[in-house]
Design a binder for this molecule. Sequence first.
Ligand SMILES: [Fe+2]
Ligand SMILES: [Fe+2]
Length: 403
Amino acid sequence: MKKMGLFGGTYDPIHQGHVSLALGLAEALSLDGVVLMPTFVPPHKIKESMAPAEHRLAMCRLVAAQHPVLQVSDLELAREGASFTVDTLEALCRTHPDTEWYLITGADMFTTLRTWHRFEDIARMAVLCTVPRAGTDTARLQAYAAALEAEGCRCYVHPCPVEDISSTEVRRRAAAGESLAGLVPPGVEEYIRRHGLYRDGAADTRTRDQQFIEIIRSRLGDYRFRHSLCVAQEARRLARLHGADPDKAYTAGILHDIMKDTDPNAQLQILEDFGILLDGLERQSPTLWHARSGEAFLRHILCIGDEDVLRAVRYHTTGRAGMTLLEQVLFVADFTSADRDYPDVDVMRRLADESLTAAIKYGIDYTIRDLLDRDRAVHPDTVAAYNEIVLSEANGGQANESK
Ligand SMILES: [Fe+2]
Ligand SMILES: [Fe+2]
């Protein structure tokens, strides 16, 4: 029978304390491996300074690559919803039937174990392990473990304390540009700097966009990835031409299709997790989901707070009445990006340079005809956008914002 540790945490970022704890227990208990399991962070707990899930995962992988006994699982992140430890353990027991699991928790968490969801099942499936912090709480942990053992749980409290490192302190130092030497494993400091993590919004736009590009690279297929970069460039060009914010346009372009290649069921799950209701028409039109799930992902998982960018992503497929300039730019750029090659693309590009409104009207016209040809319903926001333009033209074109 294999013996494996399960060590969950936010890993924001993974630090030397985590590594010492995992390696210490692996050796003491002769574990075959320890699975680092970065946890999904529910939206109400996401702090502004938090690193996106992809980066927390990447830093764990970076560290695991240096220690053969460490492995990384994205099981909980891939669920993209809050996970209970008991569910994770059940999933692991199912996929690894010949393994004995050792649940590793930090000292603070260990003494709350009894309150965990379906604690009895957790205790049945895993040996409960912890390590005291230097100079503090060994006796308290041992007493708690003894009480659990009296109830039939299997526990292990490591005799050697582990150095106490605070993730908050690591993030504070990173934000202040101070050295992280000795606090984080090799490579992690450089990773944090390279990706501008924990900079409390001070990260310059270029670093942030680079980070977003890496994120979409991991979420999109080749075709959609290239399309996203083309839309970003076109959106920036159109923004400059028509007086919108070019930086925001570029960012919105990179991110607009972030969920497009995500399994529809996973998209529905995200919408459900964040309490987003689809109307009847939207429910039956999976091609519309990526705009809504994309907005939710950007807002709650990547912690993007820029409402202009979020709105542009949300309405990039349907449009709507009263679109902001940035929404218009993204909507049109999605039609005129360099990768597009439908028959009328040249007409659309010429219109886009002359007037965003004219281009939107042309684009919606094309969309509506296409939907009608295929017996599909037209989203009311699309109809409203179209009507607004047509009515405004009838009134002398006041809504024509450009030129
Ligand atoms: Fe899209
Ligand atoms: Fe697109």
